[in-house]
Structures are given as structure tokens and as C-alpha cells.
Design a protein around this ligand. Structure first.
Ligand code: OSB
Ligand code: MG
Length: 370
């Protein structure tokens, strides 16, 4: 295939409710959409950056800049046999992994649409439905948190993740555990603790959590190994893992026992598949994380989570958990048992609602060939 035009869009979508983590609050999602075109056929990708560089270093501004100036010129007009070639073309550019992932995902979708294959099958997925959980942000009170947990458990979600930070950890989690003794429960600290605060993390051991996600620094695997040695609950790494090599080193060091794979965080599907295969060969559980994606990035996550190594419920919740109106048709829905069906149609298997995309577009950059 030859990609002959790329449309970059900065979009802004209001969240149905604010999402608060230890690094800040999002009230609307500002992300970059990438549309890769071959004649009349197009594939879609998403770079799910945050409004401010607080999760990683990227923002809408950096993603647009790096895509327009450096990544798109390497790909536009080039004969491509397979979308996995994109990773090698992008490799000389350092970091900027979400920008790379957005472009790579668009190429995968385009490839699948041109060949009539579903993205799930093209990636090697074998499941026809995926188990999903929900990630609940930091709330103003324990009572509000319990209401949220109640709501999502009643909707069928198969595991609950609670965001924590110093001062909002043991009390809210213990309250959830007491009210919902059997719910599969975990915590995500988004790097809010240091090794000096080990006792606060160890206090969570008695709650029978499935795992504690990224308690320590966003770029650390050394202190995490020290913490894991003093903790019964498995550590799951998110922010610290950007590549197959990071994953191998973290597993070899004992920094974690579970990995949250986000294809956007690791630069795209090719790297995500390598991490998946590594973990599968070592019997390490992985699950598919999320970045509050629109239906486009969500569809990519659903396809990825259909691979056999994704053994735990992911953060790929239904569209209505985030949006009044999603930009894909139909919206992503979770059945009463807590599963999302993996679509079998070509590409994403969800139709991009162009009218909805237009309605949220802040800025569009067209990059035609020549
Ligand atoms: O740490 O997994 C995270 C959202 C934005 C940035 C980082 C994270 C999250 C979530 C929400 O936990 C996952 C989702 O529902 O998409
Ligand atoms: Mg996380």
C-alpha cells in the first residue's frame, strides 16, 4: 500500500465527568487523530496524549509537531508491504511514542481495510470477546467512591481499579473491600510514592488486591524491585515500560509481576506485540490499559486485548463511561457479564462517525503527497 494523504486532527471532547489521578485532573480530552488515506480508503489512529505533560512528556502540540515535521514525511508516498514496517521507519526518531503509535495504528487500520481483514485477526487475536474492568479516579469522599464502585459493578465490570495517592489509599480501598468483599480490586498510584513511603504501600497488602500499579517513579525499575521484594501484592508496571527491552529488564530484576500494556505508551502495535509475546513465553499476566481514548483508540485496544496473552480484564470500558457522544458507530458497549465483543468487520470494526469528528475538531492539518 501507499499512503497518499494524511489528515492530522486536534480534537477536544468533553468527558461526562472529570477524571482525577495523582498527577492531575482531565475534564475534556484533547488528543490527536491520524487519518491515513490510500485513494478513497482511510485508516484511523489516535495519539491519546494528555492536555499537560504529566503522564508522559507528550501533549497535543508535541504530537502534531513531531508527526507533521518528522514522522509523516518518512511514511507518505512510500511503498509499504506491511504496517509493521512503520516501527522501523519511526525508530530513528527518539521517544514521542504516542505520536508514533497514532500513525502506526492508522496504517494498521488502513492495511486491514484494504485487505478486508479485522484488526483483531491481523494482530493475531483469538478471542471474540474481552473481559473489561473500570478505572475510577480520585473522589472527593469515600461515600462518592463507593457509589461509583456500586454503579460499575452493577453494570457488570469484572474488576475495579481505584486511583490512589498519599492520603487517599488505605481508607478508601479498605472501605471498598469491606462493602464489596469479592470484587476483583486493584490500585493505581501513577507514581505518587517514593521508597521512603514503603509502609503506606505495604499497608495495602492485607486487602487482597490483584495488584498495585506503578507505585513509584515513572522512570524507575530499580526501586520497584526493592519494593516488590517487600510486598506480597504483585506490582504492575505502566509508566515505566516503553519497550520490549524495558519489559525484559523489569521482569529479570523482579520489579513487577504483571504488565499493563498500552500500545500508545510503547509506540504502537509492533512493540506492544513484542511485549505481549515476551510475557506470554514467561507466563506473566498482562492486561490492556487505557488512556481515556475516544472510540478510535478504544477500538485499537479492543483488537489488541483479543490476543491470548491478555489474561486479566483491561481498562477498555464502554463509551458511555467517558462520552456523551463517541466518534465511532456503534459506541463501545459492555454486556452485563462485563465483556466487550471483538468486532469481526474490516479494520477497527467500528465506523468512524465523520460528522461527530468534525464537531470536535479544533484544528486540521492536511498533508498531501508532493
Ligand atoms: O494510569 O492507567 C493509567 C488514564 C489516563 C492516564 C493514565 C491512566 C489512566 C487510567 C484510565 O487509568 C484508563 C481508561 O479508562 O482509559
Ligand atoms: Mg496506570
Amino acid at each position: 500500500m501507499i499512503i497518499d494523504r494524511i489528515e492530522l486532527r486536534h480534537i477536544s471532547m468533553p468527558l461526562t465527568s472529570p477524571f482525577t489521578t495523582s498527577f492531575g485532573q482531565e475534564t475534556e480530552r484533547q488528543v490527536v487523530l491520524v487519518e491515513a488515506c490510500c485513494g478513497e480508503i482511510s485508516g484511523w489512529g489516535e495519539a491519546p496524549v494528555m492536555s499537560r505533560p504529566l503522564y508522559n512528556e507528550e501533549t497535543v502540540g508535541t504530537a502534531l509537531h513531531v508527526l507533521e515535521e518528522f514522522l509523516v514525511p518518512r511514511v507518505l508516498g512510500r511503498q509499504l508491504d506491511h504496517p509493521s514496517q512503520l516501527a522501523a521507519l519511526a525508530r530513528p526518531i527518539r521517544r514521542n511514542l504516542m505520536a508514533k503509535a497514532g500513525l502506526e495504528a492508522a496504517a494498521w487500520d488502513l492495511h486491514c481495510c484494504l485487505h478486508g481483514s479485522s484488526l483483531s485477526r491481523a494482530l493475531g487475536g483469538t478471542r471474540d470477546r474481552i473481559a473489561v474492568g473500570v478505572s475510577i479516579g480520585i473522589q472527593d469522599s469515600v461515600e462518592l467512591l463507593l457509589e461509583q464502585v456500586e454503579l460499575y459493578v452493577s453494570q457488570g465490570y469484572r474488576r475495579v481499579k481505584v486511583k490512589i495517592q498519599p492520603g487517599w489509599d488505605l481508607e478508601p480501598l479498605a472501605a471498598v473491600r469491606q462493602r464489596f468483599p469479592d470484587v476483583p480490586l486493584m490500585a493505581d498510584a501513577n507514581s505518587a510514592y517514593t521508597l521512603e513511603q514503603m509502609a503506606a504501600i505495604q499497608a495495602l497488602d492485607r486487602l487482597g488486591l490483584m495488584m498495585i500499579e506503578q507505585p513509584l517513579a515513572h522512570d524507575d525499575i530499580i526501586d520497584h524491585a526493592a519494593l516488590q521484594a517487600q510486598l506480597q501484592t504483585p506490582i504492575c508496571l505502566d509508566e515505566s515500560i516503553h519497550s520490549h527491552r524495558d519489559a525484559r529488564q523489569a521482569l529479570d530484576l523482579g520489579s513487577c509481576r504483571i504488565i499493563n500494556i498500552k500500545m500508545a505508551r510503547v509506540g504502537g502495535f509492533t512493540e506492544a506485540l513484542a511485549i505481549h509475546d515476551l510475557c506470554r513465553s514467561r507466563g506473566v499476566d498482562v492486561w490492556c490499559g487505557g488512556m481515556l481514548e475516544t472510540g478510535i483508540g478504544r477500538a485499537h485496544n479492543i483488537a489488541l486485548a483479543s490476543l491470548a496473552g491478555f489474561t486479566l480484564p483491561g481498562d477498555t470500558s464502554g463509551s458511555d463511561r467517558y462520552w456523551e457522544r463517541d466518534i465511532v458507530e456503534p459506541p463501545v458497549t459492555v454486556d452485563p457479564e462485563g465483556y466487550v465483543a471483538v468486532p469481526s468487520g474490516p479494520g477497527l470494526g467500528y465506523a468512524v462517525d465523520l460528522e461527530a469528528v468534525e464537531a470536535v475538531t479544533v484544528r486540521q492539518i492536511s498533508l498531501p503527497l508532493g
